[in-house]
Ligand binder design. Structure first.
Ligand SMILES: *Cc1c(COP(=O)(O)O)cnc(C)c1O
Length: 346
């Protein structure tokens, strides 16, 4: 059987989740008559410490709608951490849908210190006709392409202080927020409630097939509905999907600790293999990023041994643990990596 560490999006809905989906009470979501969708929205709003939430088909749509709501097209600027999802993986959406300039802030692990944000804002003198206008700051919790880093709470709060001081908006990409919650022991609202918008994804470690929920003020979410409609994200009997989200919140959050433990076992094993470069201390959640001499060669060889990982660039490889990879899967991955590295070295 394939051990699929390519991403935590590779999970398949479990029997229990499918049963919950099949049994869901449904109605017309667009008329707000789908009780299961409404329940999920209320649940996520409370979880994130916001007034309201809206169920959307994907996390990408959460980011794109939120950015569009915060930005005034006409030279507004969005600050993001390194390799942030809206910059790397949303098909240029912020430029197309919001007319936004995106500026990436320095910080190896995908987070950034308040001083870095402050310097970037000060580089745009108020009233200048020349500079883009700073408007929005996005934080990714956890920072996906930089190794699943958990933003330290103090750093996040310091960053939000700068945001407020300069009258900007703040958006939390919480695709893996629940991983941060489990890793840190700090509840979701403590991370999310001070942002103007925040969302969680059900299709990453939470194991659902479709869906994400964007939260914010009642006013912001009402506006988000216009964009959900416009972009074709408004559904009908979406309760069958929302039921998977509810099931995930009930059953698949605490168990993220298992994914983190397995990621730790994976990184400790990988660190012992000559030719693999990795700092085990940097692995905090379910994402393991390491370097080999040739990532493409390594990943292809690994796949021939029944283990899938992803090449991020010429040297970096990413492996992500999730609920469809067990301890035996980690053993198999380590065995395959041990047998593969000589090929990658040559
Ligand atoms: C996966 C991901 C998204 C997008 O979510 P989808 O549901 O796949 O559209 C956004 N941000 C981060 C950090 C992600 O990992």
């Amino acid at each position: 059987m394939l051990v699929d560490l390519y991403s935590d999006t590779q999970t398949r809905p479990s029997q229990g989740m499918r049963a919950a989906m099949a049994a869901a009470e449904v109605g017309d979501e667009q008329r707000r008559e789908d009780p299961t969708t409404t329940e999920l929205e209320e649940r996520v709003a409370a979880l994130l410490g916001h007034e309201a939430a809206v169920f959307l088909p994907s996390g990408t749509m959460c980011n794109e709608i939120a950015i569009r709501l915060h930005i005034r097209p006409g030279g507004d600027e969005v600050f993001v951490g390194r390799d942030a999802h809206p910059l790397e993986a949303e098909a240029g959406g912020p430029a197309v849908l919001s007319g936004a300039v995106i500026t990436e802030l320095e910080g190896e692990d995908g987070t950034f210190v308040p001083e870095t944000l402050e310097r970037a804002i000060r580089a745009r003198p108020a009233g200048s006709r020349y500079a883009p206008r700073p408007r929005l700051v996005c934080a990714e919790q956890t920072a996906n392409l930089r190794g699943g880093t958990v933003w330290p709470l103090e750093r996040l709060r310091g960053m939000l202080g700068i945001v407020r001081e300069h009258g900007l908006r703040a958006h939390l990409d919480g695709a893996r927020l629940m991983n941060a919650v489990v890793a840190s022991g700090i509840e979701a609202a403590a991370w999310a409630s001070d942002f103007d918008s925040a969302w969680i994804d059900f299709t990453k470690g939470l194991g659902a097939p479709v869906g994400a929920c964007l939260a914010g003020s009642a006013e912001l979410i009402e506006e988000a509905w216009r964009w959900k409609q416009m972009l074709g994200g408004a559904m009908r009997q979406s309760g069958v999907l929302a039921a998977a989200g509810l099931y995930a919140l009930d059953n698949n959050v605490d168990r993220l600790a298992d994914d983190h433990n397995r990621a730790r076992r994976l990184v400790e094993g990988l660190a012992e293999i000559p030719g693999i470069q990795i700092e085990p201390a940097k692995v905090e959640t379910n994402i393991v990023i390491f370097e080999v001499p040739d990532a493409e060669v390594f990943v292809r060889a690994l796949e021939s041994k029944g283990v899938r990982m992803g090449a991020l660039d010429a040297r970096r490889v990413r492996a992500v643990t999730h609920l469809d990879v067990d301890d035996a899967g980690i053993d198999q991955a380590l065995e395959a990596a041990r047998a593969t590295v000589p090929a990658g070295v040559s």
